[in-house]
Design a protein around this ligand. Structure first.
Ligand code: GAL
Length: 638
């Protein structure tokens, strides 16, 4: 399919006489989509039951008349103030037990039944009115679940919901006591009503308690979303979408694969410079300064590949950074060309659409320093011309077809919860480990599919599965039988489903005689060198026993990468050189060609084309062309 561009627009922020001009200008820029409505609940219903759709009718008609396709949001991320009068206990409570109050957004608890009913009601009303509207071509449900750390709530509604969830899961308090190991510290329960949420304890709560609470909380997001999909489906055949986040603390708090199963398209909100300043694991000061105006060279691509999996092949960027944002500790401006590069990179990874956030910079309220495609005075901001250029380019390019990569990386939300609960090393982050593995693959020029743990594995020649804390026997067997070169570890199968250490000890992999005898976390500055002086383990190192052959050993003679063919076990967290060495070794075993890319250059293959993206601040000569900073180039593959 030929990719498309769009923009996020807030008609309620602007005088109505601007709407037709804006719409025309969007169409002239070559935009296809305009997302509206996702924060406009008060303007739709200023008093309970008193609905005013006329302005939204006019907005949709005006945008549609200019040839734009509307993505209509359900406004449930911003319940109006009167909602609190109706449901005083609907607010989420933080881990300290404090209410997360009205005055910004996302002030609701996913577990609250009354608020869920209100969401069903407004989604139904919107579905009835716009479900078959000629100009409404897609729906966005809510906005960024989990944003502002809102998945976990310690409210009464959550407490009662959690008890019911536990009673269904364990059937008896005794079974729960056994599963959680509550004999430790006399934590046994005699009744469901004795069980509280895992917070405000003297020292850390039982990790099994926390893990189940994380699962319960994730299930609430799934249920909350499903209420709205079920409300909308009877009225519309158009795709239902949610805009997920870049994986920052809090963004992995619910199972996106489970939410995505109820939706038609996954989308995510890509703010490369904000993420780099704020949130990219392992980004030191040098890295931040080198990529200050371009963003991390792998962070966006990882999310593109992740959300392609969440959307089962269909995905968008719903919000694309166009200029400085407002929310990072520092907010630099992108290099010229980046608003174009980011869009093309998304398309090369299979995005159907990229929508810039937002049309016009708002001169008021929280995000007044957040750039748009237009300045507050309606003059074009720098990204407008780049968006127009991309629109022309994609039209000239025509359909872009994905190609199945030969490399896969398995991603599991539950593993993130396990390691957040018991990291055993202050800087052990599941997300960071996955990102480092992905970086290693990308530095070697490889295109990657990200897969959920239950995905089919056939057709891949190389599969990485770093840090899968909980591994079912089924997954172990499928990996071993996949015929691919597989690397699991560190910490593979380190926990049972209840969050305990399994016996037999991990990794307990079919056909691999290796046992983790001891684990140690390594503070910053401490490393375990590999023999041959290239590569080392940082942050995490496991001492292994067993007869499996070491492909790479540490300088101290311990196994670092075990297993001679097929299934391999990785005994720690490699640094950059370590990953490069491991990727080269296993790619060669898998018969996959790799390239050593210049620093900052990244590739992505589609069916018929190879795309190159220059994230470096200097020009790069490669394969007969010079890519300027922010440059994009593509070649037809023979
Ligand atoms: C996103 C959010 C948008 C806007 C944007 C600013 O997280 O979905 O509504 O706040 O960030 O960068």
């Amino acid at each position: 399919m030929t990719p498309t561009l769009g923009v996020c627009y807030y008609p309620e922020h602007w005088p109505e006489e601007l709407w037709p001009k804006d719409a025309q200008r969007m169409a002239e820029t070559g935009l296809t989509w305009v997302r509206i409505g996702e924060f406009a609940w008060f303007r739709l219903e200023a008093q309970p039951g008193k609905l005013t759709f006329d302005w939204l009718d006019r907005a949709v008609d005006t945008l549609g008349a200019a040839g734009l396709k509307v993505v209509l949001g359900t406004p449930t991320a911003t319940p109006p103030r009167w909602m609190l009068e109706r449901h005083p206990d609907m607010l989420a409570l933080d881990a300290e037990g404090r209410p997360r109050k009205f005055g910004s957004r996302r002030h609701y608890c996913f577990s609250h039944q009354g608020y869920r009913d209100e969401c069903r009601r407004i989604a139904t009303l919107l579905g009835e009115r716009y479900g078959r509207h000629d100009h409404v071509h897609a729906w966005q449900i809510d906005n960024e679940y989990g944003c502002h750390d809102t998945t976990l709530s310690y409210s009464d509604a959550a407490r009662h919901g959690f008890r019911d969830w536990l009673a269904r899961k364990y059937q008896s308090p005794d079974a729960l006591n056994r599963a959680w190991g509550n004999v430790f510290w006399s934590m046994e329960y005699a009744d469901w009503d004795e069980i509280d949420l895992p917070h405000l304890t003297v020292t850390e709560p039982n990790p099994a308690h926390v893990l189940d609470f994380r699962r319960y909380s994730s299930d609430q997001v799934v249920d909350f979303n499903r209420i709205q999909t079920e409300a909308l489906r009877p009225f519309t055949d158009r795709p239902l979408i949610h805009n997920y986040m870049g994986s920052i603390p809090g963004a992995t708090d619910f199972d996106h694969f489970a939410v995505g199963a109820d939706l038609d398209i996954a989308s995510w909100d890509s703010y490369p410079l904000g993420f780099l300043m704020d949130r990219v694991d392992g980004a030191n000061a040098d890295h931040k300064s080198r990529y200050l105006r371009q963003g991390d060279p792998d962070f966006q691509a990882l999310h593109h590949d992740l959300y392609r999996a969440v959307g089962r092949g269909r995905w968008w960027v719903m919000e694309q950074q166009p200029g400085p944002v407002n929310w990072a500790p520092w907010n630099p401006a992108p290099l010229p060309g980046m608003a174009r590069l980011w869009a093309w990179e998304a398309f090369a990874h299979g995005a159907e659409a990229v929508c810039y956030f937002r049309w016009r910079q708002a001169p008021f309220a929280q995000e007044q320093h957040h750039a748009g495609l237009m300045r507050p005075d309606s003059a074009p901001a720098s990204a407008l011309a780049e968006a127009a250029l991309v629109a022309q380019e994609i039209e000239a390019f025509g359909p872009l077809h994905p190609a199945k990569p030969s490399v896969a990386l398995i991603f599991d939300y539950q593993s993130a919860w396990v390691f957040e609960t018991q990291p055993q090393g202050a800087d052990f982050s599941y997300y960071g480990l996955v990102l480092d593995a992905y970086r290693g693959l990308r530095r070697a020029g490889l295109s990657v599919d990200i897969l959920p743990p239950d995905a089919r594995l056939d057709g891949y020649r190389l599969i990485l599965a770093p840090g899968l804390a909980i591994m079912s026997d089924d997954l172990k067997a499928r990996l071993a039988a996949s015929g691919a070169t597989v690397v699991v570890g560190p910490r593979a199968g380190a926990k049972t489903a209840e969050g305990a250490i399994p016996v037999p000890l991990p990794p307990d992999l079919p056909g691999l005689d290796a046992t983790v005898a001891l684990v140690e976390s390594l503070p910053p500055g401490v490393a375990e060198d590999f023999e041959g002086s290239t590569g080392r383990f940082v942050r995490w190192f496991e001492h292994l026993e067993g007869a499996a052959q070491a492909q790479i050993a540490t300088a101290g003679g311990r196994p670092a990468l075990l297993g001679d063919k097929g299934l391999h076990y990785l005994a720690g967290w490699p640094d950059r050189d370590g990953w490069d060495r491991i990727v080269a070794l296993v790619a060669s075993e898998a018969g996959i060609d790799i390239v050593a890319l210049p620093d900052g250059l990244r590739l992505r293959d589609t069916a018929g084309f190879r795309f190159a993206f220059n994230y470096a601040p200097e020009p790069i000569d490669w394969n007969g062309v010079t890519l300027p900073p922010g440059g994009v180039h593509w070649w037809a593959l023979s």
